[in-house]
Design a protein around this ligand. Structure first.
Ligand code: UN1
Length: 477
């Protein structure tokens, strides 16, 4: 079956077609997806622009109900959609179902936010004058999403955009069109006026470029690599459009001498290797103090030996395949680089063969690394973590902060003093105490500092900072 784009309320074939292959089983073709070209992307932009006025006329009760219906259907179909997600992206089935549930809850949450638009009414400093502060939608919003969270990230961009009254152009990642299409199909039956939401699958060079260049697009919310994010921003800023970028991480997890070792190993395994390490919130640098380092490494290696790498849909699989050949090549290149830089591969990093042909790689742990090595500075985006040995807490904090990224930063400790200090001094948007660096809630802000993010936070009520524009109105009687 050919899955089409959705533009101005119609399903349209594209200029080309792209197959969607299961990374756990190369013989499994999930579907063939239409690829829009520039002309179609421009038509979608025009449709979104034209739909903006009629969308404003829809009241907040109806807008709430639309988002609520979308959320309810996603939640009701979580098993089926989770299976599709795991089949196309490669995270395990429990992770896939969990992600779909998260997406459903995001729509439910923003359905509620429709009814809480906020606003202020206050006296002016000039007697008799009245001041109102209100929020209006930004207009037409382009959503460019990555492949590693095929439904949750689109949900946490699309839901607040619609909740705030914007029109949306959704360009999913080329590797995961199945979840994007399924989400779109649900949205098309929710009661939205034609043109308010458009799905434009296609390449960055065609669709991405058309969205970035169009003066009709008022804002871009992007999650993906640093290289792409940074290349998109200047054009948007140059024409005065808004841009929100969520990019890479090189997230530290500090393990102090006084840590509960089981908690430390649990956090490190979950944060570094689950979802095949393909998360911008992954714990990629494990920073252990002298007194616990050796025990931590030993327990990590023992635990890693028990992790099952296999078909994402198979029961009992802990780690699914790498998403595609290009990502696998990148992972293998970093495994070679780590050895060349003098790190010791304590475990893993091997290509595995399973019943079906897929991109199977065993989780890898490097020890004897220092923070200046490229494996500790660049985002790998695979099931590969490093251990950095340090003298004490102060040294650990310094290493944790010594990175160009700043998304999430974690510490495992039983010391309230160190936990409190770390919360204050970690240079990251998210700080995790005795928890994995990955795995976030949907009702609170998400985002990083330094090279990880640009623009206002995503998620929770803070999401409105990006998706609305403030108006201050003065009235004299
Ligand atoms: C999570 O860890 O729960 O692309 C979310 C990413 C992030 C989302 C992580 N933007 O990995």
């Amino acid at each position: 079956m050919l899955y089409k784009n959705f533009i101005n309320g119609e399903w349209l074939a594209g200029d080309g077609e792209k197959p969607n292959i299961n990374p756990s089983d190369h013989a499994d073709l999930i579907g063939v997806y239409a690829q829009a070209d520039r002309r179609q992307a421009a038509a979608a932009v025009a449709a979104a622009r034209a739909a903006f006025e009629p969308w404003q006329a829809v009241g907040i009760q109806e807008r709430h109900d639309i988002l609520d219906r979308i959320g309810s259907e996603i939640l009701a179909r979580r098993e089926e959609l989770g299976r599709l997600l795991s089949r196309e992206e490669g995270k395990t089935l429990p992770e896939g179902i969990g992600e779909v549930a998260r997406a459903g809850m995001v729509f439910k949450y923003f359905a509620g936010e429709v009814l809480r638009p906020g606003g202020e009414h206050l006296p002016s400093v000039r007697p008799g004058v009245d001041v109102e502060v209100s929020r209006e939608p930004v207009g037409v919003v382009a959503v460019i999403a990555p492949w590693n969270f095929p439904i949750a990230i689109p949900a946490w961009k699309i839901a607040p955009a619609l909740a705030c009254g914007n029109c949306v152009l959704f360009k999913p990642a080329g590797l995961v069109p199945g979840s994007a299409w399924a989400l779109t199909e649900i949205i098309t039956r929710s009661g939205l006026p034609a043109g308010v939401f458009n799905l434009v699958m296609g390449s960055g060079a065609e669709v991405g470029a058309a969205l970035i260049e169009s003066p009709q697009v008022d804002a871009l919310t992007f999650t993906g690599s640093n290289a792409v994010g940074r290349s998109l921003a200047p054009q948007m800023v140059a024409r005065g459009a808004r841009v929100q970028l969520e990019m890479g991480g090189k997230n530290p997890l500090v393990v102090l001498d006084d840590a509960d070792l089981d908690v430390a190993v649990h956090c490190a395994i979950q944060g570094a290797f689950y979802s095949t390490g393909q998360r911008c919130t992954a714990s990629s640098r494990l920073i252990a103090t002298d007194g616990i380092h050796d025990r931590f490494v030993q327990e990590m290696v023992e635990k890693m030996q028990t992790l099952r790498v296999d078909d994402a849909l198979k029961e009992g699989t802990d780690i699914g395949p790498v998403v595609d050949q290009a990502q696998l090549d990148q992972d293998l290149a970093y495994l070679r680089l780590g050895r060349d830089e003098g790190a010791r591969l304590a475990y893993g990093g091997e290509l595995l063969s399973r019943d079906k042909e897929g991109f199977y790689l065993s989780p890898a742990l490097f020890t004897d690394t220092d923070n200046s090595m490229r494996i500790n500075r660049e985002e790998i985006f695979g099931p590969i973590a490093t251990v950095i040995r340090v003298k004490d807490y102060e040294a650990a904090l310094a290493v944790a902060n010594d990175t160009e990224f700043g998304l999430t930063s974690g510490i495992v400790t039983t010391s309230l003093k160190h936990a409190s200090d770390f919360k204050k001094r970690a240079q990251a948007g998210l700080v995790m105490i005795n928890l994995p660096t990955a795995g976030v809630d949907y009702h609170v802000p998400f985002g990083g500092r330094k090279g990880s993010s640009f623009g206002p936070r995503e998620q929770g009520s803070y999401a409105r900072e990006f998706f609305t524009i403030v108006k201050t109105a003065y009235t004299a009687p």
